[in-house]
Structures are given as structure tokens and as C-alpha cells.
Design a protein around this ligand. Sequence first.
Ligand code: NDP
Ligand code: GDR
Length: 331
Amino acid sequence: MAPTALITGITGQDGAYLAQLLLGKGYEVYGVVRRSSHFGIADHRLRWLKIQKDVRFLDANLTDLSSLVRSVEAARPDEVYNLGAQSYVASSWQQPLLTGNVTGLGAANVLEAVRIAQPNAHFYQASSSEMFGLIQEAHQSERTPFYPRSPYGAAKLFAHWMTVNYRESFAMHASSGILFNHESPLRGIEFVTRKVTDAVARIKLGLSDELRLGNIDAKRDWGHARDYVEAMWMMLQQEKPDDYVVATGRTTSVRDMVEIAFGHVGLKSSNYLVIDPALFRPAEVDILLGDPTKARKTLGWEPKTTLEEMICEMVDADLERHNNQGHLVPA
Ligand code: NDP
Ligand code: GDR
């Protein structure tokens, strides 16, 4: 019988790529979708990947335990991936309580739903390198101490420790992937890589003449979402649940990432880049650099896409999108 997976956050970047991966492996895929007045838009990433008809949608919300219990009962999943979150760090200072509720308590709700309705299911928690925050070690691994620097990071840390505690308290197969930044043409437009590639495409096409950014000295360890969802799946195939850092092991400044994007279309960033103090954050994570040795050795996982390849893919997708009246063009 085909294995079954339940994904929260299926309408987001990672949910879409993970659903595509699992469908390709023959899984039956259920996705939690929260009610909004824009459903026809909410599944746009799944439509871009041409898989929206292959996914079974369940109406639930991370803040509503009973809806999650009903979703688990309906899907009877072998694997549950909790990818749903208020995932934008900058917004987490504007909406700290909602972020705690959705990103932190929401994970506890999903753990509870699994414990109540399908305790043998393998569970994945989308943990984040934002939990490291104020860096205390040059390379961050599973043993690096946490020091979150935003309400988002603090909420993710609660969710992370709940996952560890459910594993140790109830013998649940609960794993946590501490993923560093990963991007793609399906990345939300508010995140810095996609903001840059979209602006570069618009400038190239004469639709805009500037790119406004905040702290371009921040450094991130950027990989491709398509590669990172493979690591999620690999974690749930292990005999024992565990925590894994997933990263490339290379860090790059926002400034240098911007250069790659402009360079791809033959433009100079200095002619268009404007630094806007309003876009600086109340507290910053200055640098992230992951050590993925454990994921490589235990899971056999390797990143396949370089930052340069990914940024060029994103700029090309945004050029196509703007040439197509703002609509994403199927991959
Ligand atoms: P996105 O922001 O693209 O997707 C978030 C998803 O969560 C969307 O499907 C959204 O639904 C859903 N969601 C938000 N609030 C609720 C709610 N109250 N109830 C149910 N669903 C909700 O994030 P990504 O795909 O980039 O990331 C996936 C996960 O991985 C997130 O938890 C993120 O925090 C984490 N993460 C991401 C990293 C990255 O670099 N991308 C790195 C490390 C961790 P809707 O479409 O309706 O808004
Ligand atoms: P991040 O991603 O906060 O690392 O969280 P984001 O792309 O938003 O910021 C990365 C860095 O770029 C700097 N920056 C800007 N960022 C945005 N969004 N917009 C700007 O104009 C801008 N200018 C400079 C930021 O200050 C920051 O240093 C992402 C999310 O996906 C989280 O959910 C996930 O957990 C972490 O990655 C790992």
C-alpha cells in the first residue's frame, strides 16, 4: 500500500516542493490548508508545480487543536511534516503573540494531534537556524547552544524542544531538521533573495529603477529548497528519530548575493541599490554558517545546487513571470 503523508504549510515554499517529492515517490499526500478568502491564490505554488490536483486538502488551522486531530484522523498518515508557521522574522516583532501562537504553540498542537490520533506516525518539525541567533561558534552544528534573537526564533525554539520532549517522553518518532535559509523561485517575495531577484528582473525590464534593502552586511548560509526537502524525507526514513542541521557550509553576505543577481543580467548593483534604515531589524542575526556533517554522514544528504545556480534560476523565473503579466510560468 502507498505510504501516506500529512503536510502542514503545504501552500508555502517547502510544502510545495515536499509534496512534489513525495508524490513522485508514490505517496498519498494530504495538506492542511487554513481557510482564507483567497484559496484560489493560496495554492499557486502547487499549481506552478502542476500538482494541485494530486493533493488532498484538509481544512484546519495550527491554532485549532480539534481541526488538527480531525485532519490526522482523516489522513491516517504514516508521516507528518509540520512546515506551517508565521515564518517571516521581520513580522515577528510586529506580531509576536501570533508568531508564538502559530509557530510555537502550533507545533505543540500538531504533536498533540499526532499523539492522540496516530502516535506511531513519524513526525518532522521544521526547526530553524534562527534558533542559533547570537552566534557563539563559527560553525553551527547540532551541539551549538541556542540564543534566538527574534520572537520567531524564540517560538521555533519552543517548538524544537517540544519535539525533543515528545520523542523522549512518549517514544514518538519525532525528528527536527534545523534548516538554514533555503530559497527558490517559489520563495515568498518578502524574503531577501526573492525580493532581490524580483527587483533585478523588474529593473532589467524597465519596470523599476531601484532596489531598497536594509542590512546588506548580514551573512547567510543559503541553499535550494528543492534539495532541503529531500533531507526532511530522509530523516523520517531513519530507524531512530534525531535532530539534524541541514546547510551548505558556505556563508555569503546579502551584498555579494545582490552582486550575483545583478551580474546575471549584466547590470551594476551600485546604480540601483538604496539602503533604507527602516528595513533594519530591532535585533539582527549577523552571520549563519552551518555544519551539515551529521546529515551528510547519517542521512547521506548533500546539497546539489550552488548559490550562483539558484540565484540565476530565480532571476530567470522572475523575468519570465514579469514577461507573463506577473504570473509564474510553470517550471
Ligand atoms: P512559508 O512562509 O512559505 O510557508 C508557511 C506555511 O505555513 C504556509 O503554507 C502558510 O499558509 C502556513 N500557515 C501559516 N499560518 C498558519 C496557520 N495558522 N495554520 C495553518 N497553516 C499556516 O515558509 P517556508 O515554506 O519557507 O518554510 C517552511 C517551514 O520551515 C516554516 O515553518 C519555516 O519557519 C521553516 N523554516 C524555513 C526556512 C527557509 O529558509 N525557508 C529555514 C528554516 C526553517 P498560507 O499559505 O495560508 O499563508
Ligand atoms: P531570515 O530571511 O530572516 O534569515 O529568515 P530573510 O531573507 O528575511 O533575511 C535574511 C537577511 O537579509 C537581511 N536583509 C533583508 N531581509 C529582508 N527580508 N528584506 C530586506 O529588505 C532586507 N535587507 C537586508 C535581513 O536583515 C537578514 O539578515 C529566513 C526565514 O525563512 C525563516 O523562516 C527561517 O527560519 C530562516 O530564514 C532560516
